[in-house]
Design a protein. Sequence first.
Lengths: 161, 551
Amino acid sequence: MPADRAFAAVADNEPLPEGPAIVSLARFQKERDSLLARGEKLGLRLEASESPEPIGADVHKIALIVLNVPYFRDGRAYSWARLLRTRLHYKGEIRVTGHVLRDQVAFFTRVGVDSFELPRPASESELEAARAEISQVYQPSVDGRETIWDLRACRRKSPAS
Amino acid sequence: MYRYDEFDAQFVRERAEQFRGQVARRLAGELTEDEFKPLRLMNGLYLQLHAYMLRIAIPYGTLSSRQLRKLGYIARKYDRGYGHFTTRQNLQLHWSQLPDVPDMLLELAEVEMHCLQTSGNCVRNITADHFAAAGSDEIEDPRIISEVLRQWSTLHPEFSFLPRKFKIAVSGSAADRAAIMVHDIGIQIVRNDEGEIGYRVYTGGGLGRTPFIGHEVGQFVAKTDILAFIEAIMRVYNESGRRDNIHKARIKILVHQIGPEEMRKRVEREFAEIKASGTLQLPEAELQRIAAYFAPPAFEELPYTSPELDQAKTSDPAFANWLRTNVDAHKVPGYAIATISLKRIGETPGDCSSDQMEALADLMDEFGQPEIRVTHEQNLVLPHMRKRDLYALWLKLDALGLSTANHGLATDIISCPGLDYCDLANARSINIAKEIARRFADLERQHDLGELKIKISGCINACGHHHVGHIGILGVDRKGVENYQILLGGSGAEDASLGEILGPGFDSEGIADAVENVVATYTKLRHSGERLLDTYRRVGAAPFKERLYAR
């Protein structure tokens, strides 16, 4: 799904505008009650060093979580996305932003990321092409995709097909 | 050995085509070199001093004759007619051209091979005991779980951009021929009191700039749980490993900083969660499918001894010498394990020419050997030789220049490529290896010295495993001049220990003399039956220092 531009990214020292806003984890922790009382969609931006774990059950009140990747070789966001989905059971949108290559889109999609803000913007069909370069996967992940191991198991059950 | 099914085959073909696209984007300037670098590294392609180097994965060091023949062909067609077997059981081609590489990958895919994850900050090629399925002390073939791990780790979506590279080694017996204690994760196959087979798991070992021996984090991990357990370790590392300093980014530093106890706690927590989710249970049917490929060949019923062998041993002393060091006991009567030394005096350790590779592939077929193994000590192994064929094999090896009888002796030196090729090196290592081998070439003397492991690295990254050499040599750059430090007392085997630096280094002219002095000190002080390592452990560094640095 395309990045939702309706969210306004708000710096820590700026007042909140009308409408959906994205704030830092620090600001959320400081102004939690008033932020949740606004009655607007709320987004959280996590830096690479910030685990989403402290958000706890509040995660279900968040509409969008933005994982910032400062440098494409910093792979922590993969684990943060995974943790959001499997430990915190987050159901909202996860977006990745920052220095991300199209070669990483498939990996991020597998660990539960929905949308991308790439330095070189890519169309949905380009993203889809990047995801399809390798058509099967070996290991299970957040996406629940059928793995090569599953496919082999199916074949064992119905060898004739 | 493992054979690709259509899924594996499709995977490596698609991967080669994907890399073709990445090369095209790089050549078109769409990718910067900085961005291209990790992509090419995950396909085994380094940029070195003079050219690109392609590192070909040899999973758990096992090759068929068809694969070995193809490697010889690729080395001749695309490179300079030789390859270099490495301490991680891989093969390096040092003179590759970037535009050729996608084609080389497709050629490899034809014989079920690839360069996947032989470099980069991901899970690297899984290494295992080179005596797998042949060693008399084996509990289970370590390649079964290694192949499971190879598949699991291939393009792992969460662990392809780790803080640093990640190396896993597996040993199937109590004797450790895979150096598991100095890997990011070491897995030892064990049997518990109930007779069940499981895994003992170590983490935090490693060489390089800051060497550590691994810590046990899993005393007995059940078979079905092993992927969950390994994933738990990887996750703790991916989240908490340091990313601010490349020299402190390996898991060994994390384990050292938080302590093994805290590491165990964190791993247990992740493990409990993954296990509870049930998503990463190792599927029994898949395990069985893979295990079936590693079923031992149909061994003949042979007498324990072979008259042909006994006769040749008496009549040909050169063959007898080879038997003494290069042939090990096999678990099946009438069979033996033959080690082919790639350490001929005067040659580069680990190098093998295209002609030799093709000739060896022919010998494999001739002697009914379905597999050849690459060892982490940069030699090759024919694991299932009939004893009665050994002399015929040796005669043919001799004609190929591959009959050097020095396995485990002073001239069986491990050496990285060093400054002759490598971008990272501070000093040459091949020339030092050659000079030391020349000094110790006399076979009688080598036998007198017994097992003596000399390991040489041309820089602190320790590809030559100098920390675990009985004698380790580390090349450094001292004010623009190559300088070589000596370490003593290291071992990469089941009695793992890290060598200690003896004192100030030596220049390239003096290092071989220094090694001679170390050996002379040992021969003076040794008790009967002691290896240099044992003597060093008993007497300590002092007498060696005295001899080397006395004024």
